[in-house]
Write a protein that binds this ligand. Structure first.
Ligand SMILES: [Fe+2]
Length: 126
């Protein structure tokens, strides 16, 4: 089983290299906190906030997944060069149709640094 790296509060990290390392690998889930049952609902996932991740042939973000608790809802895959071989923030909009309240999280995979998890985001569905 691969080790999954949980989000780290980088505001408490003083080492600049560690801040960069943790930030650029951490996926973040952005969406409304309420959704309407059986209607399209957009969930944005972005990688990092302040520090961009490389997009090199041997080091890039290969996939981003959206999960509701233990169920994977969607996945987007990338090849090296999708960001023009320039460091950047991978960003994906997932459109889902919820039927029950959700606890969303994202997982992302860096080809050099492994599997990373976001914070959970609760969405109530009415
Ligand atoms: Fe990496």
């Amino acid at each position: 089983m691969p080790k999954v790296i949980n989000p780290v509060d980088i505001s408490k990290e003083e080492n600049e290299a560690k801040k960069d390392y943790f930030d650029r690998h951490t996926p973040h889930v952005y969406c409304e906190s309420k959704a309407k049952k059986a209607e399209k609902f957009t969930v944005k996932v972005t990688m990092g906030k302040d520090y961009p991740h490389p997009d090199d042939h041997d080091h890039y973000i290969q996939y981003v997944q959206l999960w509701n608790r233990q169920t994977m809802l969607a996945e987007a895959t990338f090849t090296a060069g999708a960001l023009g071989n320039m460091a950047g923030h991978v960003e994906v909009d997932f459109n889902i149709v919820p039927t029950v309240s959700m606890k969303l999280s994202a997982m992302s995979y860096c080809t050099k640094h492994g599997l990373w998890q976001s914070e959970d985001v609760e969405v109530s569905v009415e």
